[in-house]
Design a protein around this ligand. Sequence first.
Ligand SMILES: Cc1ncc(COP(=O)(O)O)c(C=O)c1O
Length: 398
Amino acid sequence: MAQKNDPFRNCDISTRAIHTGTDYDQETGALRRPLHMANSYKLPADLSTVNYSSTDLLMYARNGNPNQHWLEEKVASLHGAGDCIVLASGVGALHALFWTLLKSGDHVVYPRVSYMAVYRLFHELFNHKFGVQTEMADMTDLEAVRRAVTPGTRLVHIETPDNPTNGVTDIAAIARIAHANGALLSVDNTFASPLNQRPLEQGADFVVESLTKYINGHGDAQGGAIISNDLVTMDRIRYEAQVNVGAVISPFNAWQIFRGSVTFPLRMERINQSALQIAAWLEQRQGVTFVAYPGLKSHPAHETARRQMQPGFGGVISFGLDTDDKTVEKFCAALKVISFAVSLGHDESLIFPQPSYDERIKLYPEAFRKGFIRFSVGLEAPKDIIRDLDQALQAVGL
Ligand SMILES: Cc1ncc(COP(=O)(O)O)c(C=O)c1O
């Protein structure tokens, strides 16, 4: 089901985050969307027209539910897109996209550095279980991508900035390479968020967002989205993956993410500003071996980031300490304002070490193989975050 005509489409993203997908509750006049926790809906008297694998009719929650649909309208609008499918998690969305697009014998090119589940799906699952030809490429090196993508390639998947090294991939350039070979391009946009980057405008065919992160932004719900203007393939994803694999979002999580998304642009603007300030502070702090943040001039793809990311560069800072894994853990545990936990994009700052024994460490650039930390800047005052980082560095003798 493609998105309805959005009366707010000419408004700023901050206005659309508030108004698109919302309406009065028809029954009570309440100014908020109700939460519909029903699994099943009343069927029409004439069943001859009902297709039980369809998502057009409200019939059963796995085929679609109103809270999911309202969130889909909003997320499509954040990307200025024709359609969006909201599923149970970011990984559920990635899997649904790959499952629908790929079949045995297809060739897919995926990033050398990516979120863990993408590595698992292509490095050991889709290839070994389904006979998909999976090939890793350094997406920050256009020549390497040109060598990997061939006329037989079905899909190129990228992540920019990438998790966890903050490498930046040139979306428009990769879209040209993919399309010249008849391949589709999907972009995981989770680190950037749609305030800063909308890959469909730069030539991508599909975008994936983990809604668990910035769009919900409160660390209390899980969800994922596929966004595209390819309405035919989106309906195939609904049919093949949502209904028949079943990673549908719970109405409650959709309701919570809808609520969180209202303040998303405002939160993201603040996070952009804080992260840039904190990255610059880290860069001059002794004991810090490197800082990878696309907004810093020292980032190797800063110019590409400036071109494709506006108005900011997101909230994740990747940095290194001149020390071993154990001391990095002690540093994270000594923080008082910043929480020692996985995930990113929450209201609170989160920090997570990337230990040198991780099986993927050899795929990262050399500097990231020792003392590497992924830091998600939250909404706390930047001066409190900086003070906290400084006291924890001192506590471990740095
Ligand atoms: C870049 C990226 N993509 C996808 C995901 C998966 O999202 P979820 O945890 O909602 O499944 C994550 C989670 O950290 C991520 O960082």
